[in-house]
Structures are given as structure tokens and as C-alpha cells.
Design a protein. Structure first.
Ligand code: NCD
Length: 305
């Protein structure tokens, strides 16, 4: 049994295997209709979610399994003061695997120490979001056919954006990756990530505040929203929230095969007019996320056909 706390819990070989399985599922969905029959997924969401929770639930349904859970901590015994560890012990009596999102960094990891069943981190505060990274990697793979040799621009809230943190950890392991970190001064990537992931792996990176000055160099542009819920002060959020808005005219200088990704939800970071551009990949990205989650559930539940 293993838990998925961070994308580094998976080797590159394991990620390749998940991608192969996801591709097989896309090719022949009917074949997997009963793969998780009699298995139950519990979704414990202490923080808001649309795509992550629903794609996990859809993934389990499409594999023939069952789903239980809560979408809001307010409807759980957390409101009575129950610890996450005790909730996990309880849920382990009713389910085979848990997907947990929590506003506190490390909460799913702490829970996994007490859990008799596998736990998947579906986002812990401003820390990690490994299954979004699986969706991002599958999208990049489908569009580019490779992870190596690319210039990746990450734009927006690099300080609190957990999807960015996990994606950097994942892509830093491949050869000839160059990152362009585009953010306001106040929302720069935390130093611990620069040390742990970038410097340690000798990855080339550059920081800038200007998206327009670098857009022509990029193979992938990963836009993110400013993470309002992690701010201490509303005035700072209001000042920074519209710092980057990707418009069609800004794409004039971009490469023809640029891939524009966004984990969603989008607020204002990408103008709606960009949705029709052939380089916009963020809607297929969320569909790819479901297939990767199907592959992950099968793998962690140790089921095969
Ligand atoms: C992301 C998250 O929750 O971190 N959403 C998602 O899971 N697709 C990104 C965000 O909320 O900005």
C-alpha cells in the first residue's frame, strides 16, 4: 500500500505507466467498466473543489466502483471537533481508498500516518497538488509527445499556487527543461522550492514580472489564478488579482505550437476570447485529469483487468 502525498512519491517510470494506462482507458473505456467493482472511494474535501472532486468521483463511477464522502467540512464531524486522523480511521471502515483536500499544509500526509487504507492528497493548502500534476503531465504529453527539451512559463501566483509547486517538482526531473517564472514580486516562487527542486537538479530558471517580454520563447504557458483564500489581506489580493490577463493580441508573438494550460478555475487570467485559439488546452486538460485519476485509482487499489 502506498499514499500519494507529493508527485515525488511517483518515479518517472511510474508516471509513464500511469500515462500508458490512461491512454488504454481512453482507447477502450468499455473494457474498464468493472475494473473497480466492489471498491469504494471516499472523497473528504475540507476545502472547495469542482474538478478534482468530481473527476475523482466520475473516475470511480466509470470504473464500476462506489463513492462516498463529503464536499464540505461543515457537514462532517470536523465541526464537532473531530481530528482528521479520527475521521480517517472512521472512513477506513467504509472505504478502500481516500482522496483528501485540506486547507492545512501536510494534513493528508499526517492523516496517512494513521490510515490503514491509501490516501491521495487532492491539494493541501499552498503546498502540493500531485493529481493536478498528473493531469498537467498527461496534457503536455498528449500535445508535445515529450517532457524533455521545453521552455515552460509559469505565470501568476507562484507563491501560493500548489499546482505550480507540484508541476515544478515533476518537470525538474526531466532533461533540458527551462523554467520562466512570471509573477509579481510579492508572489514569487518560495525559496525552498528553488533550492529543493531547481538548484538541486541544476534546472535553468529565470524570474520576471513581464509576461509579454517572454511569451515568444515559451513551449508551454501555465497560467494560474491569484489564490485569494491564502491571502492575509483583501487589499493585497485586489491589487494583485488582475496583474496578468492573457489576451488574443498577446498571443501574436507566441509560438504556433505553444500549449496554454491552466488548472482552473479561471477568474480573469485568461480572456474568454483565447478559448477559441488552437493553443488553448485548458479544457482538454480537465478531461485528461479524469483519465489519469482512473489510472491512479486502479494502480493504488492494485486492481488490473
Ligand atoms: C487548483 C487547486 O485547487 O489548487 N484547482 C484544481 O484543483 N484544478 C487551482 C486553483 O484553485 O487555483
Amino acid at each position: 500500500m502506498f499514499h500519494l502525498n507529493s508527485i515525488q512519491d511517483l518515479t518517472e517510470t511510474q508516471i509513464d505507466a500511469l500515462i500508458s494506462l490512461a491512454e488504454e482507458i481512453v482507447r477502450d473505456k468499455a473494457k474498464f467498466r468493472e475494473a473497480c467493482r466492489y471498491k469504494t472511494l471516499a472523497t473528504l474535501f475540507y476545502e472547495a473543489s469542482t474538478r478534482t472532486r468530481l473527476s475523482f468521483e466520475a473516475a470511480m463511477h466509470e470504473l464500476g466502483g462506489n463513492v462516498i464522502g463529503f464536499a464540505d467540512a461543515a457537514s462532517s464531524s470536523a465541526t464537532k471537533g473531530e481530528s482528521v486522523a479520527d475521521t480517517v480511521r472512521t472512513v477506513a471502515c467504509y472505504a478502500d481508498i481516500i482522496v483528501m483536500r485540506h486547507p492545512k499544509e501536510g494534513a493528508p500526509m499526517a492523516a496517512s500516518l494513521k490510515s490503514p487504507i491509501p490516501i491521495i492528497n487532492a491539494g493541501d493548502g499552498g503546498h502540493n497538488h500531485p493529481t493536478q500534476t498528473l493531469a498537467d503531465l498527461f496534457t503536455i504529453y498528449k500535445i508535445k509527445g515529450r517532457f524533455e527539451k521545453q521552455t515552460i512559463g509559469l505565470c501568476g501566483d507562484l507563491m501560493f499556487g500548489r499546482t505550480v509547486h507540484s508541476l515544478i517538482r515533476a518537470l525538474s526531473r526531466y532533461n533540458d527543461i527551462e523554467f520562466v517564472l512570471i509573477s509579481p514580486e510579492e508572489l514569487r516562487l518560495p525559496d525552498y522550492l528553488k533550492e529543493d527542486s531547481l538548484n538541486r537538479s541544476n534546472v535553468t530558471f529565470r524570474e520576471t514580472e513581464e509576461l509579454e517580454g517572454v511569451i515568444q520563447e515559451l513551449d508551454v504557458l501555465y497560467m494560474t489564478r491569484v489564490q485569494r483564500e491564502r491571502f492575509f489581506n483583501e487589499a493585497d489580493y485586489v491589487r494583485l488579482k488582475d496583474r496578468y490577463i492573457l489576451t488574443r493580441s498577446m498571443l501574436r508573438n507566441a509560438k504556433e505550437d505553444l500549449a496554454i494550460l491552466h488548472p482552473l478555475p479561471r477568474v480573469n487570467e485568461i480572456a474568454v476570447e483565447v478559448d477559441d485559439d488552437h493553443r488553448a488546452c485548458y479544457f482538454s486538460q480537465m478531461l485528461y485529469g479524469k483519465y489519469m485519476r482512473m489510472a491512479l485509482l486502479m494502480n493504488m487499489l492494485e486492481v488490473s483487468l
